[in-house]
Design a binder for this molecule. Structure first.
Ligand SMILES: Nc1ncnc2c1ncn2[C@@H]1O[C@H](COP(=O)(O)OP(=O)(O)OP(=O)(O)O)[C@@H](O)[C@H]1O
Length: 299
């Protein structure tokens, strides 16, 4: 069953077209990712889904078309740059937010799950960036939502806190919550998302599983090595298997398809070059993203 349906969404801010034409559906129990470069229109899209912005045209339906209070009861939202009053304490924020819902979660348990128990009496303004982020996730989940919208979930968290948050989100999904996740991080998208909409310049360029997106790159591989002596790019570029030759420090990075490794090593042997530290890598979600959008997301 579809929990979120977005059809031909369009949103303009004055002279800036933020969302041009975005359509996707999210199934119950899914973690659905919205991935795209800066300014692609991800936040605007999910704000429209959350009912916080009115689209200029197109349709948005959440949980069969709920609106107003009925929707707020069943939807949890964590938005980028949402701030709380400096002086509100962690427990006060959780207690206050839980009072907005008829059947809230146990906020004490949630506070513990997010590693905030020892910050219970700390004012929001005195929390670190990562702790503020974790509190905002807790506040999105305190209403026991059926659908959670999480925008840049782990931005600002250190690697350990990021991994802990991913585990938490996996647990939340196991509880049956449908999650719409905006992210910049390929690793996060690959680890968490069942399906991903890749958005670029306000349009959906692909919707697929992470593996499906990678397959679209068409078996692209990368061979890396340090040549024992200088070798001209043209030697490798002449091979039909080779699409691109780059240099990264002392390393040569050769991208291509087919039996790339054999073609490259044979050509190097013919040129009297030994490849040191030879590594072969398959396509990644980064490659798929680059192919689909022509842009690279900084990690
Ligand atoms: N309130 C606003 N008023 C005017 N322009 C806006 C507003 N909000 C966003 N924009 C512009 O609309 C475009 C899409 O922004 P949006 O925040 O939706 O993209 P995004 O993909 O979430 O980007 P980021 O990853 O940088 O958050 C951008 O060019 C942005 O500058």
């Amino acid at each position: 069953m579809e929990v979120i349906e977005v059809g031909n969404l369009r949103k303009q801010y004055r002279d800036r077209l933020a969302v041009d034409d975005v359509s996707f559906t999210v199934e119950r129990g899914e973690i659905f990712g919205v991935l795209g470069p800066n300014g692609a229109g991800k936040t605007t899209t999910v704000e429209c889904v959350a009912g916080l912005r009115t689209p200029d045209s197109g349709t948005v339906s959440v949980l069969g078309g709920l609106t107003g209070t009925a929707l707020k009861e069943r939807l949890g939202v964590q938005l980028q740059n949402s701030t709380l009053p400096e002086k509100i304490k962690v427990w006060e924020a959780l207690d206050l937010y839980s009072s907005f819902y008829r059947a809230p979660a146990d906020w004490v348990a949630l506070m513990e799950r997010l590693g905030l128990a020892d910050k219970r009496d700390t004012p929001y303004g005195k929390l670190s960036g990562g702790q503020q982020q974790r509190l905002s996730i807790a506040l999105a989940l305190v209403g026991n939502p059926e659908v959670a919208i999480l925008d840049e979930l782990t931005t600002g968290l250190d690697p350990q806190a990021r991994r802990d948050t991913w585990e938490l989100i996996e647990q939340v999904r196991q509880d049956g919550v449908t999650i719409l996740l905006v992210t910049h991080f390929m690793e996060e998208a690959e680890r968490l998302c069942d399906r991903i909409a890749v958005i670029d310049s306000g349009r959906v360029v692909a919707v697929d599983s992470p593996a499906g997106l990678i397959t679209r790159v068409g078996g692209r591989q990368t061979v890396r090595f340090r040549p024992s002596r200088p070798v001209a790019d043209a030697v490798l570029e002449a091979l039909p298997e080779v699409a691109e030759v780059r240099r990264s420090g002392e390393q040569l990075v050769v991208t291509g398809t087919g039996d790339l490794l054999l073609a490259v090593t044979t050509a190097l042997a013919a040129a009297g070059v030994t490849p040191a530290g030879l590594r072969v890598e398959g396509a990644t979600l980064d490659d798929a993203f680059l192919t689909l959008t022509g842009k690279k997301i900084p990690s």
